[in-house]
Design a protein around this ligand. Structure first.
Ligand SMILES: Cc1ncc(COP(=O)(O)O)c(C=O)c1O
Length: 298
């Protein structure tokens, strides 16, 4: 049995006891929304903001979390304690449409199902590369249009992201950046993308998840006096950036040190990237934007 804890069907169970029906439409049709936060040093990061984004994703998909925000928070806290990783955890929650009523294909008749799990903290590219930086591949798989599946609602439509990852691996690169239909940068599999040129940061303003770590970098830029822009970002701006980085709950601020094998700058994490990385993690160590897990337990 590996470390972690799952809350499913109203119960806390071990990871290998957590089961979902193959007839759940979350599995059959990716009819599911989710959210992921993390805990660090006993604090859950931006819990209220994650619950708010989760509720927005549920509304956007016409799903309903059977638990209130307070109940969800208490479940996540207890799951984290049972997983014994309050000091560094990855906290996932989702709501699936659930099972079709017998003989029906009407999604309105499904009873929506909540589940959550907590496992030790996950670094998107492994801890070493998430800190040292990666070589990103400019994928020619287009990011699914937000007119089809709105990227602001955190969802399981990952077919495009995963095919882009395969392209990256086949080119011996670490991960992929996807473009939107308009040819501008969208995002990557599990991360937002930032470019830095002449001391100014920029990240796409559309066709991407409104990442909580992206929002954190916006706040850090404000606190550190670093200029930033939310706007369309052309892929050439990533290719020609002084530095670049990705943001994700699974790693915080992560350097991108090469694009299609071509090093950015001197090929090491950039100065602003390192400053934002240090700022993010030193604040997380100190409980920045955190809710104390013990305060959430009944
Ligand atoms: C497609 C996508 N974009 C961006 C992100 C980064 O979002 P956050 O900073 O909230 O983890 C994620 C996280 O899983 C994601 O799946």
């Amino acid at each position: 049995m590996s470390a972690g804890c799952v809350h499913i069907n109203g119960e806390f169970v071990e990871l290998d006891e957590a089961k979902i029906s193959i007839f759940d439409t979350g599995f059959l049709h990716s009819d599911v929304v989710y959210d992921v936060t993390s805990s660090w040093q006993g604090y859950i990061f931006k819990l209220d903001q994650h619950l708010e984004r989760f509720a927005t994703s549920c509304d956007g998909f016409r799903l309903k979390n059977p638990y209130s925000d307070a109940e969800t928070a208490a479940i996540l806290a207890e799951c984290t304690v049972r997983a014994e990783c309050e000091d560094a955890s990855f906290i996932h929650m989702h709501v699936t449409r659930g099972l079709y009523a017998e003989g029906s294909r009407d999604p309105r008749l499904c009873e929506n199902q909540f589940a959550a799990y907590v496992v030790p903290y996950v670094w998107l590219w492994g801890e070493e590369k998430s800190k040292a930086g990666i070589n990103i591949h400019m994928a020619d798989v287009e990011r699914i249009s937000s007119k089809a599946v709105d990227a602001r609602y955190k969802n399981f439509h990952w077919g495009d992201l995963i095919q882009a990852q395969y392209q990256a691996y086949e080119a011996n690169r670490d991960d992929a950046a996807l473009l939107a239909a308009d040819g501008n940068l969208a995002e990557g599999p599990g991360f937002n993308i930032w470019v830095v040129k002449d001391g100014k940061c920029a990240t796409p303003d559309a066709n991407c998840l409104l990442g909580m770590s992206r929002q954190s970098v916006i706040e850090l830029c404000g606190m550190e006096g670093i200029p930033f822009e939310l706007r369309k970002v052309h892929p050439d701006e990533l290719r020609e950036a002084d530095e670049a980085f990705a943001t994700s709950t699974a790693g915080g601020v992560m350097p991108i040190t090469a694009v299609d094998d071509k090093p950015l700058g001197n090929g090491a994490p950039g100065i602003l990237t390192s400053r934002l990385f240090d700022s993010y993690w030193s604040r997380r160590e100190a409980g920045w934007c955190g809710t104390k897990i013990s305060d959430l337990l009944n």
